[in-house]
Ligand binder design. Structure first.
Ligand code: ADP
Length: 196
């Protein structure tokens, strides 16, 4: 019997860790979805600094971006003014994490910008990427549960098609609106706005 070498051990542990994380994500998505369906999600409002949340996200996900040779950054045109938001910061972060994870998954070259914009009495959070983009006819579909642009047969990317459905529900529970601007091959911008 040939014992695997040290490098192989590291390789295997990485695969196990990655699959473990994927499984954990699936379970937490399903848990969230059942809570939403049964009306048991509670929004816990607190005041937080939106600009700080964006910085945390860039810190937490930049390693993944580096591994893919993509630049993940705060939009150079981002709002410089500090904006305090009175809402559930964990849920806001959850939706942004979903956007950023998708952007990382569906982008091979270029950059991902995370930013903030003030629009009337709302604050708009957005994540834009230079990835594969989405045909207009699919824009509605992707916010429905278990829906993905490619079918299972042609699918090249992982995921379960629940992330955006959960995000839409969470944003609506927080009194906001979610949306996407995208065209096939032209990148995507996912955004949501919340009342200030
Ligand atoms: P998942 O990513 O697990 O498949 P989501 O609900 O988060 O589920 O996304 C649904 C679908 O929307 C994805 O499968 C993909 O087809 C499309 N999508 C989401 N984000 C992007 C993006 N940034 N670029 C291209 N397609 C995307």
């Amino acid at each position: 019997m040939i014992l695997p070498g040290f490098e192989q051990h590291i390789e295997f542990s990485k695969i196990i860790q990655e699959n473990g994380n994927n499984l954990l994500n699936i379970i937490s998505d399903i848990m969230d979805f059942s809570k939403i369906e049964s009306g048991q999600i509670r929004i816990k409002k607190n005041q937080f600094l939106a600009n700080e949340l964006l910085k945390t996200l860039v810190k937490e996900y930049s390693q993944k971006a580096v591994e893919k040779n993509i630049c993940l950054r705060i939009d150079p045109n981002n709002l410089t003014e500090e904006v305090y938001v009175d809402n559930d910061n964990n849920r806001v972060k959850q939706v942004l994490v979903n956007f950023v994870s998708n952007a990382l998954k569906f982008t091979e070259v270029g950059f991902i910008n995370i930013g903030l914009r003030k629009e009337n009495d709302n604050i708009k959070f957005y994540v834009s990427d230079t990835g594969i983009g989405i045909d207009k006819e699919h824009h509605h579909l992707i916010f429905e549960r278990f829906r993905q642009v490619e079918t299972a047969n042609t699918r090249r990317y992982g995921g379960n098609g629940l992330g955006l459905a959960i995000s839409k529900n969470l944003i609506e529970l927080m009194g906001g609106e979610i949306g996407v601007e995208s065209a096939k091959g032209k990148g995507s911008t996912f955004y949501f706005s919340l009342p200030l």
